[in-house]
Design a protein around this ligand. Sequence first.
Ligand code: FES
Length: 491
Amino acid sequence: MAHRLTIARAARLVGVHRSALQRRVREGTLACVEGMVTADELQRVFPDVEWVTHGDLERVARIQEESFGRRVRERTLPSQEVLAQRVFAQSQELADARRHLQRYHALVQAFRERLGHAAADHPPSAALLAWTDDELARLFAIDAAGRLEVLDAMLGVVSPHVVLQPGGHEYFAEGHDTLLEAGLKAGLALAYGCGNGSCGLCRARVLDGEVRQVRHHDYPLSQAERSQGHVLMCCNAPVTDVRIEALVAAGPADIPVQQVVATVRAVTPLAPATTLLHVQTPRTARLRFLAGQGVRIGSTGAQGDASAFHPIASCPCDDRNIQFHVGLDPPDPVAQRLQAGALRVGDTVTITGPYGRFALDVSTARPLVFAACDLGFAPVKSLVEHALASEAATSCAVLWLATRADGHYLANLCRSWADSLDRFAYHGLEDPDPATGAERLVDRWAASAQADAGACDVFVAGPAPFVAAASDAFRLAGVTPSRLHAEVLER
Ligand code: FES
C-alpha cells in the first residue's frame, strides 16, 4: 500500500508552507484523499526536492528558532522512556509490514515458478514472466519516494503529529514537549490552568494513537475516565501520531480574565523613549491569552500602587514569557516606575487580563495585513508571530507608521521577516501626522499588494486619528468592512 502523509507532514518534508500544498490540492495539481497525500504523489509534484537538506526546510527551522524569539523552545530529543516507546511502536509496525512482505514474497515466487513452467511452450506466459521480472526490479529500486518514507518515519519518532478534534487544528510535538506545551508553542489557545497536573482544565480524550504520562499529576482521573481515553495534556506526551478531542478557544469570549503574579526578567531600552519590559509567569500559574490582547500591569512599592493597560507584544507561543513595549513619552504610571528605576529585574508585577477583541481567527487561512502606528506595533508583533507560528496566513504585510522620534524601533525584526519569508512584505513610513501618514501608507500597500484587498483580514492598531484614517483608507482600497479589526491605543 502506498505510504500516506498528512498535508502538515508533507509540507514539512518538502519545506513549503502548508497553505501552498493546500492551494495545490484545491487547484487539482496535487492528489489528496481524506487529507492525506502519498509519498509517490509528493515525489511526482516535487521531483527536484532534496528531502534531507532542502534549503527551505532549514530556513523554516531557522526562522522558528531565531525570529520568533522562543526562549522556551528546546530542540532536544524526547525523554528516553518516550523515545523507547515510540521506537517500539515503529518496530511493531515494521514487524507487521515484514510479515506481510514475506507472505507476498512467497506468493510471487510461487507465481513466477508456475509461469516459468508454462513459459517454455507458451509465448504469452513468457511475456508475462518478463513483465513480472521488470516490475519487480522497478519496485525494489530505492527511489526518492522511498527515502521520503524513511524520513517521515524518523520524524514520526522525533516529532509526532497531533490533530485536535473537533476543530481540526494540528501541530507537531517536538523534543520532550507534552501535548499541552507543543500545542501552546504552535500558537493554539488550548484550555488549561495550572500547567502542572493539579486543576484538570487541560483534560482531553485520546481518539487515536498512543500517549504516555511523562509527569506526575495530583488531579484525580477516575478509572472510567481513563478507560474512555481521558488524559491531562500537561502531563502526557504523544508516542505516535495522535488524534485528540480537546477544546481550543474560538475567540476572546472563551478566555476568562485571570490574575497572575509575574517576575520582571528584563528591562531593555529599544529606543530612547521605548522600553522592552519582559516578565515571566510562574510555572504553576500561566496567563492564557490570545495574540493581540492586552493586560493591566500592576506594581506596588514604597511610592504606592501603580497600574496601566498595555498590549502584549509577544506571542502566546512564548509560553510563560510575556513582553510589553512601554513608551516613556509621556510616561504612564508603570512607565514612570521604569523610568525612575523603581521597577527592576527580579521585582514582581500583577498581571490582570487578558482584555480586548483584537485577535486573529486562525481557523481560516487568508492574506493578512497589519497596520500599526508607533507603539501600535506591540499588538501587531504579537499577531504576526502568532500568524507565523500557526501558519494562519497565505501572505502577510506589515505597515508601520512612525510619528515619534523613536521611529521604527524594531525595523530590523520587520526586515528579517520580509527577508526570510516568502509572501511577506514590510512597509515603513515616517510622517508626523497620523492621519495623512495612514493614507500614504495604505496607498503604498495598495499599489504593491500581493493579494486581492477584498480577501484580506486587516488589523489596525494605534492612536485614534491613525485608526480612523487607516480604516477609511482600507475600505476605499476594497477591504471588506467585516474583515477590518481595529485597536485604538491611547498613545
Ligand atoms: S493545566 Fe492544570 S491539570 Fe493540566
